[in-house]
Design a protein around this ligand. Sequence first.
Ligand code: PLZ
Length: 450
Amino acid sequence: MADHKTYFDIPGEKSRELLARRQQFVARGVSSTMSVFAAKADGAVIEDVDGNRYIDFAGGIGVMNIGHSRPEVVQAIAEQAAKYVHTCFSVMMYEPYVALAERIVQITPGDFPKKAIFFNSGAEAVENAVKIARYATGKPAIITFDNAYHGRTLMTMTMTSKVKPYKHRFGPFAPEVYRAPFPYPYRMNMTPQEASDYCIAELERMFVGEVAADQVAAIVIEPVQGEGGFMPAPAGFLRALKTLCEKHAILFIADEIQSGFCRTGRMFAVDHDGVQPDLTIIAKSLAAGMPLSGVVGRADIMDAPPPGTLGGTYSGNPVACAAALAVLDLFEKEDYAARSREIGHIITHRFSQLQQRYSLVGDVRGLGGMAAIELVRDRATKEPDAHAASEVLAAAHHRGLVLIKAGMYDNVLRILVPLVVTDAQLQLGLDIFEEALSVVAEPRTATSVS
Ligand code: PLZ
């Protein structure tokens, strides 16, 4: 295990060899935060090919909430793979798909009859939620938000709001996507309540100045914005948004891809606000690393598109469904929601201390175990410090911590640690985080702590 005194000379020899091959044969469009290659992983620890061990604060971008290599999941995958790996649900059906749909409709929010359908990636599920919403309502327009992230396919890239690197030179984009402000109290210089009120008012203004409400099929929202910088919707905002949707007969779609499966301290982030989305989009921690996503929601809406209109060769692959069923068993057995809240308290307590010590830490925010800090050059101007964020990342990697960024300005350090992390691992990870931050912050803050 990495300890506090560790300093890895990375990339090590084996990673360097692989890196050279990667550079020769893999297109550079897919970038990698770290310069090392994985050998094995267990719980909240990953070991690279040179034997360096890291505490994993990224969980493969929020995929490993129940931890790496859980024996129950590995066994389910192996058993299903030994029976059959693929028949295509559109050709010959299989039980794991149906069993998973049964389980998913039970745990997703909404006290009405629900149905589910499965896909491979998060983006594919978002695409299909849009298709379903359009078919069900007969309306073309979709509203998304500032700082939103929904994927890299044409429709989801259009819905995503960060231009570089996601959209720049990849247009023209899909039509009928409109963007509303998202309550971001820190950068709006408002209280959470003021930001919420402003954003609801802006939506009503949009219906006058941008798109008629009766042309809008759905509003798609991340209850806690992920890639955009870990901005939780302020308490009450989702409820106000749902009320607005009901008033105008617009569907409310929650993208819970990153915030779902106990990441925020409830099974789904919308549960904090008691909101029942018409459709909920799931992926990531649903299947602990197997590619699987889904759309689940009101049965009448889900059943609007007729047979043959939705699907895909690999959608709802049986091995992935078997993994997901094992994951849901684990969620039933252990209270990961409570653990996420605990982890969230520990992290934000430490982050608040760091904020008092270092002016570099402009904002501390999050919901449960989905927590982050935003780095700024200057607290008064809030000028984002992306460079410092990159430096902290590198310092953390060298000390044995997998850490990733987020944010419209690339200046947010975010935590998506597997919820199986032990207290000792979490403390060690936070110690490394603190050391990495101090290495970068101390030279800058000697005279400027406010
Ligand atoms: N919606 C809320 O977080 C994926 C992106 C990684 P896919 N986030 C990680 C990258 O750089 O490509 C995400 C998300 C939310 C949709 C998606 C898209 O999910 O499985 O990556 O397609």
